[in-house]
Ligand binder design. Structure first.
Ligand code: TXA
Ligand code: MG
Length: 335
């Protein structure tokens, strides 16, 4: 692998030898970027306060934005959080998988991880490479998405290198992340008032069905400027390319419409009769899973190309479409 200097990150393939080496780095309190099924995370020992502090520095992340703790087995949950029957139902149904639960925090988890909140966000990822590494460390791993704060989340090891290559040493390559959007976050502090904080691949309907009760949708409002963030969704501008993004419910799809060549035009599904170098689509067949998988890499690729504006069409509402539209609204937010 080509490196650009002594501080430049190396991308490691998931060989037994590399995994042992990266597990040792995590145990020493160093940062390692890791693949998960959602997006790449920037991991550190969640029980080591100094190691977690480095995550915030490397990302340029404000201290009031709490981290997710990743475990490798359900039995590790008790050391991190107080669980409850609803949490156990969801864990058994959706773990390993793209579901993060917010629960009362155990004191072993340093305050920096949860930004001083009395709660902690926990998930058990469904990615073989992540699980092999985590099990070698035997540690809970705190990990936000492995991108500079506010930028589009990384879905390949190369994306991590592009954003954080000068600030970290170790990137573990697990290939492109299968889902491509961050996990669903659900607030389970009070099992009788369950609320989605961030939509993701596990949908509100699936959670409501598993629990047999109503589940509230994410609240759309901004946080008080210095308050600890209850949910990432409360920060309006997030997941943003540098190129301005304009969101459209529908893009015009007549061949007679004009699509300025200074701009990129991203359809949800490709219209058969429109083509051009600046015309793109998230899916060829309307699949929301395929669109989610490609969303962040498409935004990045177009951002690198220097268009004046990226015009992008929303996904159909419902299910994974809601998670895609949530990220699109944040990418398009101006503040
Ligand atoms: O899929 C994912 O969730 C990825 C992978 C790496 O697991 N991680 C991820 O982390 O997206 P991050 O840091 O980009 O987003 C985590 C969000 C934070 O923005 C924070 O607001 C929310 O989780 N969060 C963490 N702890 C919380 C808590 N105690 N209460 C409410 N929200 C919390
Ligand atoms: Mg993030």
């Amino acid at each position: 692998m080509k490196t650009t200097g002594p501080r430049s990150a190396h991308i490691y393939r998931a060989t037994p030898r590399n995994l042992a080496r990266l597990a040792a780095a995590l145990r020493r309190g160093e940062l390692v970027a890791v693949p998960t099924e959602t997006v790449y995370g920037l991991a550190a020992n969640a029980l080591d306060e100094a190691a977690c502090r480095h995550i915030f520095t490397a990302k340029g992340r404000p201290a009031q934005d709490p981290l997710i703790v990743h475990i490798g087995h359900l039995r590790e949950l008790d050391a991190i959080a107080d669980s409850n029957p609803a949490a156990l139902i969801l864990a058994r149904k959706f773990w390993p998988g793209p579901l993060t639960m917010v629960l009362p925090k155990k004191s072993a988890v340093p305050g920096i991880v949860s930004a001083g909140l009395a709660t902690v966000a926990v998930r058990l990822p469904n990615h073989p490479v992540f699980l092999r590494l985590q099990r070698l460390t035997g540690l809970p791993l705190a990990a936000p998405s492995a991108n500079p704060f506010g930028y589009v989340s990384p879905t390949t090891a190369r994306h991590v290198h592009d954003g954080l290559g000068a600030r970290i040493k170790y990137i573990l390559d697990g290939g492109p992340t299968p889902i491509g959007l961050e996990s669903t976050i659900v607030d389970l502090r009070n099992p009788r008032r369950v609320r989605i904080l961030r939509p993701g691949a596990v949908t509100r309907d699936q959670i409501a069905q598993a629990l047999g009760c109503a589940v509230s949708a994410p609240r759309q409002r901004k946080p008080a400027p210095h308050a600890a963030q209850l949910a990432p969704g409360m920060l309006t501008r997030h997941y943003s390319p540098r190129t301005p993004v304009t969101l459209h419910r529908h893009l015009p799809d007549s061949p007679h419409d004009t699509f300025a060549t200074t701009d990129a035009w991203v359809f949800f599904t490709r219209p058969l009769h429109i083509s051009g170098k600046n015309i793109f689509a998230l899916t060829s067949d309307g699949s929301t899973a395929a669109a989610a998988h490609r969303l962040f890499s498409t935004l990045r690729r177009l951002d690198y190309k220097g268009y004046r504006t990226i015009h992008i069409e929303e996904a159909p509402n419902g299910g994974l479409g809601d998670a895609i539209n949530d990220r699109l609204r944040r990418a398009a937010a101006r503040e």
